[in-house]
Design a protein around this ligand. Structure first.
Ligand code: FES
Length: 273
C-alpha cells in the first residue's frame, strides 16, 4: 500500500479545478473528497483543511460530510477494496457465507486491510456493503465499485488471491479492475477513458425490457412540457420553466380537490363559496 505523501500543489490545483466546475463551489465537495482519497489513500486532516479552505467553509462542515458517507474512509484503504453485499437478497443467496469465508481466508475483520506478505503484490481491504442494486446477480461483490456477479465462496477466494498476486482481474461485466486510488480519481471526475469498457447492463437486468418488447409495451410519450424543459437554453431557464409548470399543476390539483370536495359534500362547497 502506498503511504500518504501529503497533498502536492498539483492535487491542490485539481481540487480548485473541481470546485470551479460548479455554480456553487461547495457542490464540488464530494468529488474533491474522492480526489483526496485518490492521492492519500484516505481522507486525511490535511485533505479536510484543503477542501475547507478552497470552498470557504469550515473544516467541521467538510468533516461532517466525510464521516457521513461510507465511501469516504478515515483509515488507509488497500490497493483493492473488496465489498461483499450482505443485504437481504445477497445474504440469503450466499453473501453471508462469502463474507465469512473471505474474513477467514484473508485473516481480517470488517473494514480491515490485509498485511502485505513478501509474496503479495497488493493489499486488500474487506468490507461488507449494502445493496448495490444488482440483486438480479446475487450474491454480488464489488471490487473498487466494479461488479463481480453470481459469486461463490470459491470464486471469491480465487478473486482475492488473484488480486493479491497482482494478476489482471476483470469484472464479470468486462472492465479491467484498476486500483482503488485510480477508481477514486475517476469518481473525482477525471476521465480515464474506460467508461465504455464492458456492457452497462447484463441480460438478467434486461429481462423486463425484453418482455416489454415481446408484448409491444412502450413508455408513455413525453409531454410537451418536458420537451420545453429539455429545449430550455440554460439551467436557469429550465428551473424557471419547471417552477411555472409546478405552480400550474398545483393550481389544477387545488381546483380538482375543491371540485371533488363539493361533489362529496355540497354543503362544504357552499361554505367555500
Ligand atoms: S441485495 Fe445485494 S445487490 Fe441487492
Amino acid at each position: 500500500m502506498t503511504q500518504t505523501q501529503g497533498l502536492t500543489e498539483t492535487t491542490r490545483d485539481e481540487l480548485r479545478e473541481i470546485a470551479a466546475r460548479y455554480p456553487q463551489a461547495r457542490s464540488g465537495l464530494l468529488p474533491m473528497l474522492h480526489l483526496v482519497q485518490s492521492t492519500e489513500g484516505r481522507i486525511t486532516p490535511e485533505g479536510i483543511e484543503a477542501c475547507a479552505e478552497i470552498l470557504d467553509i469550515s473544516a467541521a462542515e467538510v468533516s461532517g460530510v466525510a464521516t457521513f458517507y461510507t465511501m469516504y474512509k478515515r483509515k488507509p484503504v488497500g490497493d483493492y477494496h473488496v465489498g461483499v453485499c450482505t443485504n437481504t437478497l445477497c445474504a440469503v443467496m450466499g453473501g453471508d457465507v462469502i463474507f465469512e469465508r473471505l474474513k477467514e481466508h484473508l485473516d481480517v475483520g470488517n473494514d480491515e486491510t490485509t498485511d502485505r506478505r513478501p509474496e503479495d503484490k497488493a493489499s486488500i481491504t474487506l468490507e461488507h456493503i449494502e445493496c448495490n442494486a444488482a440483486c438480479d446477480y446475487a450474491p454480488v461483490l464489488m471490487v473498487n465499485w466494479e461488479f463481480m456477479d453470481d459469486m461463490t465462496p470459491q470464486s471469491a477466494t480465487q478473486l482475492v488471491d488473484d488480486l493479491r498476486e497482482g494478476k489482471e482481474v476483470r469484472s464479470t461485466r468486462g472492465p479491467k479492475i484498476c486500483t482503488w486510488r485510480e477508481a477514486e480519481r475517476v469518481l473525482a471526475g477525471f476521465n480515464d477513458g474506460l467508461a465504455d469498457e464492458g456492457p452497462s447492463a447484463g441480460p438478467a437486468s434486461l429481462v423486463g425490457l425484453e418482455i416489454a418488447r415481446e408484448r409491444g409495451w412502450t413508455a408513455p410519450e413525453s409531454s410537451d412540457r418536458h420537451a420545453e424543459l429539455a429545449a430550455a437554453a440554460t439551467p436557469e431557464a429550465a428551473a424557471e420553466e419547471a417552477d411555472t409548470s409546478r405552480a400550474e399543476t398545483e393550481t389544477k390539483v387545488d381546483e380538482s380537490s375543491a371540485d371533488t370536495l363539493h361533489e362529496d359534500n355540497p354543503a362544504k362547497g357552499d361554505e367555500a363559496k
